[in-house]
Design a protein around this ligand. Structure first.
Ligand code: AHR
Length: 612
């Protein structure tokens, strides 16, 4: 392997080369990155008709002591459903309530993670024409262990009108499978609506679960593409992500059914929060707009105008001054400064649809007229892009087997070097090779990314997909980060991305592989500035996938297994490295080799300092 380390032969990798793509899939946001602990907080998930399903809320008590249903008496016009609890029992009457009272509880998203000493902000709306004594508590999953509690009391007049109540609960214990409950031993009717429990301690104080946000921050993502994927489209247009219904006070957001992935979202993680997350991560937001297409329906070009205006308004929400109509809505949410929204993707992989190209033209012209500096991403491939059908970037997706992914290291080698450039916005090894996340899949993806580094004169950005999976609701495998209410881990492809987190904006050096006894071997070399002392730093990445003939027999005998282990022990990968045109610079050299020989892992690393 020869690395030409001269500065004059190096080429700069684009500043925004490696980023992340967040989709609301697998409960990645609701019950995941967004730290809200209550699921179906506005009781809207069952739909606008009453009575409706209040899942996952459940009742404490039986029909002789409490009747629970929904009606349309909420004070919020866009989300009219409220919970109605008619308590029949009363400790002072013959029909005494069971000890502990009756009421309702919410188990969150497969249990709430409540931590000892931590503070949780509870926010709720209540109405009642009766005297109220309602205990709000965080408890164990069976309600027996009380972690924290607060009692709301009032006379018949206190809550005659809808009243917002906010208070904090500090937990006395740890419990990863907790619930929020409302209990009373007093008869009467109580309505509840828009019930929220948020930990006070969130990433940068902006409502994102800290541990999961840090997993993202540690990748140093240069862009954040959101909100999907199929989630942006919906199976049906009525269930698409509509940005304007996800901004403003959280209580007023209607929420919507994510029919692409089969669950309700309260839209606490809305357009504003995505922009805020991008800012907090130091990443450029890339907004995938709904352009009038769902997986099953589409709006014709003749009737697309109102949606085009809606998208231009969305850009104003992000970029407009605080006095503009939509910029003022953002400012009222606490962010008077505009967000740096420079990328808008028109739809999600919809080039095949009847009206896509006609609609695209309308979006392109309107956005460029209002915001000429916004980069527009087309869902069509580069062959369709021309002066009469322009695009700043075109979107590429790669989901394939590990061997095919590895071979795609050369996917862009023969791409014409003229504009537009590609954004590879979703890629992953899928199928049997990938399972729920394997090392061989990660290595194949690494080989693919090395190809993107080498071709970064025609590829501007890349992100894998999907990013997150809540282990309780796996709708897609593999995913880069797995979590539940309190734990998380990165799959091999997540950790592989760490080898690329310094590549954006770095200098790429020509490399030549002279001999290869290996089936699959690729390499790249970059120099970057050391963050602490700004000295140049040379990073060489080598991906080798080695196949041994005797390893290929699926039905291994005991003898063969032993033989494989011998092979693994004696196997050594020797890299003869020659750094040429090194000049008079001192650089740190860091080589890491991670290998997989048919299921057996190998790793090693070498760090040294080269001087002139
Ligand atoms: O990443 C999962 C899905 O794959 C996305 O929603 C869609 O865009 C793609 O087909």
């Amino acid at each position: 392997l020869t690395v030409d380390a001269s500065l004059q032969n190096a080429r700069k990798i684009p500043d925004k080369m490696f980023g992340i793509f967040f989709e609301e899939i697998n409960h990645a946001g609701a019950g995941g990155l967004w730290a809200e602990l209550v699921s179906n907080r506005g009781f809207e998930a069952g739909g606008p008709n009453t009575p409706s399903n209040i899942d996952p809320w459940l009742i404490i008590g039986d029909e002789s002591s409490i009747i629970v249903g929904t009606d349309r008496t909420s004070c919020f016009a866009h989300n009219p459903i409220a919970l109605r609890m008619e308590v029949l029992c009363d400790s002072k009457r013959t029909n005494a309530c069971p000890s502990g009272g009756v009421g309702v509880y919410n188990p969150g998203y497969w249990g709430m993670n409540i931590e000892k000493g931590k503070v949780y902000k509870v926010s709720m709306h209540i109405r009642s024409s009766d005297a109220v004594s309602l205990t709000v508590s965080l408890t164990s999953s069976d309600g027996r262990q009380k972690l924290a509690a607060h009692t709301i009391t009032g006379s018949k007049k206190s809550f005659a009108k809808w009243t917002k109540i906010e208070f904090s609960l500090k937990s006395r214990q740890n419990n990863t499978n907790s619930r929020l409950q409302f209990t009373t031993s007093k008869s009467g009717v109580i309505w509840l609506d828009q019930v929220s429990v948020m930990p006070l301690d969130t990433y940068m104080g902006h409502g994102f679960r800290k541990d999961l946000s840090l997993m993202l921050a540690n990748l140093k993502p240069q862009f954040l593409k959101f909100p999907g994927g199929n989630y942006a489209m919906g199976n049906h247009l009525r269930n698409a992500f509509r940005w304007s219904e996800t901004v403003g006070p959280w209580e007023e957001r209607p929420g919507h059914f994510n029919d692409a992935w089969g669950y309700w979202t309260d839209d606490g993680l809305g357009f504003f929060e995505f922009l805020q997350l991008a800012e907090d991560l130091g990443a450029s937001p890339v907004w995938v707009v709904n352009d009038g297409a769902s997986l099953n329906e589409e709006v014709s070009t003749a009737t697309i105008a109102s949606l085009v205006k809606d998208v231009v308004d969305g850009i104003e929400f992000a970029r407009g001054g605080p006095k503009t109509p939509w910029g003022s809505v953002r400012a009222a949410m606490g962010h008077p400064e505009p967000f740096k929204l420079d990328y808008v993707s028109i739809g999600n992989q919809e080039c095949w649809m009847l009206y896509y190209r006609g609609n695209y033209q309308k979006f392109y012209s309107a956005i460029k007229a209002a915001y000429p500096e916004v980069n527009i991403i087309s869902s069509c491939d580069r062959s369709t892009i021309s002066p009469s059908n322009p695009a700043d970037l075109y979107d590429v997706r790669v989901y394939t087997s590990s061997s095919n992914m590895f071979s795609r290291t050369s996917m862009f080698d023969n791409t014409p070097r003229s504009a537009p450039k590609a954004i590879v916005s979703e890629y992953a090894v899928t199928g049997n090779d990938a399972g729920k996340g394997t090392l061989v899949a990660a290595l194949a993806e690494a080989a693919f990314l090395i190809g993107l580094e080498r071709n970064s004169d025609v590829v501007e950005m890349a992100s894998c997909a999907p990013l997150f999976v809540n282990d309780n609701d796996r709708r897609w495998s593999p995913d880069a980060i797995v979590f539940n209410s309190w734990q998380h881990y990165g799959c091999p492809n997540y950790w592989m991305l760490h080898f690329f987190k310094d590549s954006s904006g770095a200098a790429l050096h020509p490399t030549t592989i002279q001999i290869s006894d290996y089936d699959q071997l690729v390499a790249s070399a970059i120099t970057l500035q050391n963050a602490t002392d700004r000295s140049p730093y040379l990073r060489i990445k080598v991906i080798a996938i080695v196949q041994f003939p005797c390893f290929n027999n699926q039905k291994s005998s005991k003898y063969e297994i032993k033989e494989k282990q011998e092979w693994a022990r004696t196997l050594a990968i020797e890299i003869l490295l020659q750094v040429v045109n090194f000049g008079n610079r001192a650089v740190d050299l860091n080589i890491s080799v991670v290998g997989l020989a048919n299921g057996i892992k190998m790793s090693g690393s070498k760090q040294t300092v080269l001087t002139s």
